[in-house]
Design a protein around this ligand. Structure first.
Ligand code: ADP
Length: 767
């Protein structure tokens, strides 16, 4: 796969900062070197300073120490090589090969142990070599030499343990960046016991060294005496610390059992949410720091008592000194216990976090045995006891130079402040983490679990409750989302159904329209059928007149031809003129009727056009003349009135209304009057068709515009006339009203927009 040239430098820049760990290791290493000098060089030199000066070995010692540092660092650099290669690969944006991943993982696991072991071996070898050399050359008594060697080995071991722990911490951070897919719990499982031991040992050595320094302040023991005591401590510690180690192994069994199942042989389908092993491991892990620290304090107290009892025999110091020795050691053991608790809690916290994140732990079962209040009282109370105890010892101790006192007080203060700092950090960190997660949750980010803050004390249980709340919120949100999706799907389905129904309705409407057109057509044919009889009669009259005139006309013409100058001829010419006019009128009348019929039956245009109302009314009256025999028609139509519309449809309106009116008044013997009027009313044209017929019954009026409603006999009416009129008026953007009084007559009033109007539908219901 090729990477774009823009991406590579960007990744490399980001990588520069993210994957850097060497710098941090170097600074850690320098700090550790200083600590080593305090912890190893100072106590051993205190034991052998005079002999060393006398023997002139100082230069050799410095050279050996320098060589020791260089060898240690070279070895460290060698161990780090695979990690540096992996870091460079990451910086270049290149994925690691399988071999590189294995080598890096191996380096991360082995480097802390090997670096610490190398340093310990080198220091021990140096100290033992020095002790033996000074003893064999007679500058140091053999017991002191053995003491020096023992102290050197113990303290170098403590320094090495601290080095191992710090390296591990640094590399652990680096591991997360270089090997992000690495299983954190697996990494923890491989090294947590070693880390517990490292912590315990480092603290033991530190306490031993500090106690040695304090003893020098509180007592007046000679360097040989204190050397003997320090030397005695080492063998005195062997048995109790072995018991301690044994209890560590016993106590971590539930944790090991959990790791055996969950980590070393992971189940194929991810960890089970409810796991009794996880509950047992959690319970044990949260009590372990207190137990191990307690056991260690007990073991050391046992060793201290033994050393003081035996030391008194060997060195012969007084009871007060013994008391001060016991007091100082007791206080240092108290401080050690506190530090150790806090340190081991730090070591085990990731395990508690992982267990809480992977499993659903019943809060009732994992409740921490010590409450937060008890913890705070114990921690802060112990710090108070420690400082006041030291003050008391200072007060009781033989007078010392000011500088020694100041240095000792500074050291005691540093120890107490360190404790306070660790206690506060221990309490505040989980609260801050909770606050951050609460912020995230408030912003709606619910994907990341809330890690348990550690022990299931009040704060721990708060984080468990938070996690429960997060899960509940997330589930609720998910179910709402899925509900929304379901709803959307349902809405889509319904819309589709509605669209389908709409189409069907559209089809049905189309069919109805076609059926309506068919009906209209048949109604028109029927009305034309009714018209035809009248029209035939109407044409018959002029045609008869023409035919009847033709015989006399022919005779008149013959007279004119045969005797043009006779008197008869003059009369014949006069008659012929009149007869020709009769023929002319008859032909004109026939033509008008044919024209009206033609107009009525023609198809409509596609677009509306301007039309004169007067002509439309005249055409209709021409066609209906036969039906209007007994009827008097009064017209008041302004010949200039024009509207825009479809002429055929407007003709149909007049035809249907005048036919109805004619039928209404025609029912009476004496006939009646039909009034047709059209006037302009502002923007509109108002057309009225009134008759003085019998009127329409009020209960019938609401139904007269319904299709197929008729009160007429079969054959006389189809019931479609007014419904068609209504449709046409509607389509032309007008309205129709009816007024009727029984016995007085009926008036239909149509209002149509004059001139230009909304384009009415091109459909012609009359065709
Ligand atoms: P048809 O004339 O075929 O019956 P119409 O829809 O034209 O159908 O009329 C419906 C009914 O309205 C008629 O049957 C009649 O009862 C009534 N009607 C319509 N015009 C008049 C009128 N001018 N006078 C009395 N009744 C009328």
């Amino acid at each position: 796969m090729t990477t774009s040239p823009v991406e590579v430098p960007r990744q490399a820049v980001a990588g520069d900062r993210r994957f850097g760990f060497v710098g941090r290791l170097v600074s850690t290493e320098l700090a550790l070197t200083v600590a080593e000098i305090v912890l190893v060089v100072a106590p051993t030199l205190a034991l052998a300073a005079q002999s060393l000066r006398a023997s002139g070995e100082s230069f050799r010692v410095v050279a050996m120490l320098a060589a020791l540092m260089v060898v240690g660092w070279v070895r460290a650099a060698d161990l780090l090589r695979p990690m540096i290669a992996a870091r460079d690969a990451k910086r270049a944006g290149r994925a690691l090969t399988e071999a590189e991943i294995v080598a890096t993982d191996r380096a991360i696991r082995r480097a802390p142990v090997e670096v610490a072991a190398t340093r310990w071996l080198l220091w021990s070898a140096t100290v033992v070599y020095l002790a033996v050399r000074l003893a064999t050359r007679g500058f140091l008594a053999w017991p002191s030499a053995v003491g020096m060697a023992c102290v050197g080995i113990l303290h170098a071991g403590g320094a090495a343990a601290a080095r191992g722990a710090l390296w591990e911490r640094r590399l652990d951070r680096a591991r997360r960046l270089v090997l992000p897919n690495f299983d954190a719990l697996r990494a923890f499982a491989t090294g947590y016991r070693r880390r517990l031991c490292q912590g315990a040992w480092a603290l033991l050595a530190l306490t031993h060294a500090t106690n040695a320094a304090l003893i020098a302040v509180f007592t007046e023991l000679s360097s040989a005496q204190s050397g003997t005591l320090l030397a005695l401590t080492v063998p005195a510690l062997v048995l109790p610390m072995s018991v301690w180690y044994r209890s560590l192994r016993l106590r971590t069994r539930p944790i090991e059992r959990y790791f055996d199942v969950a980590v070393r042989r992971p189940p194929s389908r991810g960890p089970a949410r409810e796991d009794p092993d996880a509950v047992a491991a959690f319970r044990e892990a949260q009590g372990l720091p207190y137990r191990l620290a307690g056991y260690q304090v007990l073991a050391c107290a046992f060793a201290v008592v033994a050393v003081v009892v035996v030391g008194r025999r060997v060195c012969g110091f007084d009871a007060a000194t013994a008391g001060r020795l016991l007091g100082s050691s007791g206080l240092m053991l108290l401080a050690m216990g506190l530090y150790e608790t806090l340190l081991l809690r730090d070591v085990l916290r990731p395990l508690l976090g992982q267990l809480g994140a992977r499993h659903r732990l019943p809060v009732g079962e994992i409740r921490a045995p010590i409450t937060l209040r008890a913890k705070l009282v114990f921690f802060l109370g112990s710090v108070t006891v420690f400082t006041s105890g030291l003050v008391l010892l200072f007060a009781l101790s033989p007078s010392q130079p000011h500088s020694t006192l100041l240095a000792s007080i500074a050291m005691a203060m540093a120890l107490a402040l360190g404790l306070v700092h660790l206690i506060v950090r221990d309490m505040v960190t989980p609260v801050v983490a909770l606050e951050e997660r609460a912020d995230e949750m408030a912003r709606g980010e619910l994907a990341r679990p809330v890690p348990p803050s550690g022990e299931a004390d009040e704060i721990g249980r708060l984080s468990f409750a938070f996690e429960e709340m997060r899960r509940a919120l997330r589930d609720k949100l998910r179910s709402t989302e899925s509900l929304n999706i379901d709803l959307e799907r349902e809405v889509r389905r319904r819309t589709e159904v509605l669209e389908q129904r709409n189409l069907e309705l559209h089809d049905a409407l189309e069919k109805l329209r076609r059926a309506q057109d068919d009906l209209v057509r048949s109604e028109k044919l029927a009305s034309m059928g009714r018209l035809v009889a009248g029209i035939a009669h109407e044409i018959n009259n002029p045609v008869n007149a023409v035919i009847n005139t033709l015989g006399p006309l022919e005779e008149a013409l013959q007279i004119l031809v045969t005797s043009p100058s006779s008197e008869a001829a003059v009369r014949a010419a006069k008659d012929a003129g009149e007869m020709l006019r009769v023929v002319q009128r008859g032909a004109a009348r026939s033509k008008a009727i044919v024209q009206a019929l033609h107009n009525y039956s023609r198809g409509d245009e596609q677009r509306p056009r301007e039309l004169g109302l007067a002509r439309s009314v005249d055409d209709t009256l021409d066609l209906l003349r036969h039906h209007l025999r007994n009827v008097q028609v009064e017209k008041q139509i302004d010949p200039s009135l024009r509207i825009t519309g479809f002429p055929g449809q407007i003709d149909q309106v007049f035809m249907n209304l005048i036919t109805n009116a004619a039928q209404a008044v025609g029912e009476r013997e004496r006939g009646g009057t039909i009034r047709l009027a059209a006037t302009a009313r502002g923007e509109d044209v108002e057309i009225t068709v009134s008759d003085d017929g019998p009127g329409i019954a009020p209960e019938v009026i609401p139904r007269i515009f319904d299709p197929f409603f008729t009160t007429k006999d079969v054959g006389a009416g189809s019931g479609l006339g007014l419904s068609i009129v209504h449709g046409i008026v509607d389509r032309h953007g007008g309205r129709i009203e009816v007024e009727s009084r029984m016995g007085e007559g009926t008036t239909f009033r149509i209002t149509l927009p004059a001139g230009a109007q909304k384009s009415p539908s091109a459909e012609d219901p009359s065709t």
